[in-house]
Design a protein around this ligand. Structure first.
Ligand SMILES: *Cc1c(COP(=O)(O)O)cnc(C)c1O
Length: 456
């Protein structure tokens, strides 16, 4: 068997409905060909994002019932705190309602205008929060990360030499260094323990704080277990503990590896910095023992963090994503390799070479996937990044990708097979796919609300 069977059975189900082709055509017209504007009821398999879309376990749902909703000193907070201190080894915990609030709190407290924040690769909300504080978000991925077809482990790594050079030159402008695990913006590629250790050494040498953006730390720990020598016989939780031990703190969007639908936190060793952030937390989120979350959410996160580190779960999780990627590869479809932790990224330029970049080949593929199969993916290409420059012309990113992000514990292998078969069908008749032109675009983050029409 290529794929380990699901290490769970299903106790509650949610109905999904396939629409007719006519219905889908109408939905597309109404949505201006933008899948962000299609109602979820009209989608059969939704691979838009893996953020907050996972299924909770019976244990987590049971946790909601015993959640303590006390304003201060909630019992559920102490369970949440205990789980995070146990897994990360840090001293202090600050709950937030999403990852981006953690970013807002951290960067607004730490960054001054003109500062530089190096990161293996900033996730988009991380970049936006650095820039909102008039600091520069500097990406330092290894060069292999920019070669999508290169099959090499740990393409999520930081370029440590470049980091060392940057710190040597501009230490006074750099208040912290960040490592994102897994490297979400580079295809969910993992970071090796060796790279984290080396990054930590460089940070210590220059006396700079080192933080981990740890939304997918469990998936990253699993890849270390599988791919890095010396980790085969270690427990995943111990790999995670070692990973955190090299840094001074972390923040997490719990909507990923904590297997919940909302939540986040910051964990730090620095008590003074924690106090400063807590004072801001009270202003914008809430009291330090709930921070924008209900007691039941804290309970679900405490339980989900351990479930997300379970070896059987992680083996199934990563194999399911890989299975989807391998079916596409076998049919000759070009994807980002190796398959990362949470998603498969299709190379849309290769998929539809007859559609030029200014006609959005990635969007054309998202349209075809919805039209033919009721499947929703997201374009990561010219619509998302190719904003009108100051000269009024569109610029184009190097890659035109379509991301199929797989929600955790939600879809079965049969759903993955269905998705792959539909995409392969489209690939066989790809010359029928049409380019698009914009009919409306917002001045910022245009991909969410853009309207387009197909070019005949
Ligand atoms: C999702 C994510 C965030 C932002 O978290 P939200 O919960 O969506 O606000 C930050 N960093 C990384 C790496 C993420 O994947």
């Amino acid at each position: 068997m290529k794929f380990p069977a699901e290490p769970f059975r299903i106790k509650v189900v949610e109905r999904i409905r396939q629409t007719t082709r006519d219905e889908r055509e109408q939905c597309l017209q109404k949505a201006g060909m933008n899948v962000f504007s299609i109602k979820s009821d009209s989608i059969y398999v939704d691979l838009l994002t893996d953020s907050g879309t996972g299924a909770m376990s019976d244990e987590q749902w049971a946790g909601l019932m015993v959640g303590d909703e006390s304003y201060a000193g909630s019992r559920s907070y102490f369970k949440f705190e205990k789980a995070i201190l146990d897994i990360t080894g840090y001293k202090e915990v600050i709950p937030t309602h999403q990852g981006r609030v953690a970013e807002n709190l951290l960067f607004s407290t730490i960054c001054k205008p003109g500062d530089i924040v190096p990161n293996n690769t900033h996730f988009d909300t991380t970049r936006a929060n650095v820039e909102a504080n008039h600091a520069e978000a500097c990406d330092l991925p290894v060069k292999e990360a920019l070669q999508p077809s290169l099959e090499k482990p740990f393409k999520g790594n930081m370029d440590v030499k470049k980091l060392d050079a940057l710190l040597t030159e501009k230490r006074d402008k750099i208040p912290m260094v960040v490592m994102t695990v897994t490297n979400n913006s580079m295809g969910g590629q993992p970071v090796s323990m060796e790279n984290i250790r080396e990054t930590s050494k460089v940070c210590k040498k220059h006396g700079v704080m080192f933080l981990i953006d740890c939304a997918r730390f469990a998936e990253n720990s699993w890849f270390i277990h599988e791919l890095e020598s010396g980790y085969k016989n270690k427990e995943i939780i111990d790999i995670a503990r070692e990973l955190f031990s090299y840094a001074d703190g972390c923040w997490m969007s719990s909507k990923k590896d904590a297997l919940v639908n909302i939540g986040g936190f910051i964990a730090l060793n620095d008590i003074e910095l924690t106090k400063q952030i807590q004072n801001k937390l009270i202003l914008i989120e809430g009291f330090p023992t709930y921070g924008g979350l209900a007691g039941r959410d804290l309970e679900a996160i405490a339980r989900g963090l351990y479930e997300g580190l379970n070896q059987d779960y992680l083996q199934y999780r990563t194999a399911q994503v890989r299975y989807l990627g391998e079916m596409l590869l076998e049919a000759g479809i070009s994807i980002v390799r190796p398959v990362g932790g949470h998603a498969v990224f299709i190379d849309a330029k290769h998929f539809a070479p007859h559609i030029p970049q200014e006609q959005f080949p990635g969007v054309a593929l998202t349209v075809a996937m919805y039209r033919e199969g009721g499947i929703r993916g997201v374009e990561i290409g010219s619509l998302m990044f190719g904003k009108n420059g100051s000269n009024g012309k569109d610029s184009h990113p190097p890659l035109e990708l379509v991301r199929l992000a797989v929600p955790r514990r939600v879809y079965t292998t049969a759903h993955m097979t269905y998705v792959a078969e539909k995409i392969i069908e489209i690939f066989k008749q790809r010359e029928k796919m049409k380019g698009l032109r914009l009919t409306y675009e917002a001045p910022m983050l245009r991909h969410f609300t853009a309207r387009m029409e197909e070019i005949d």
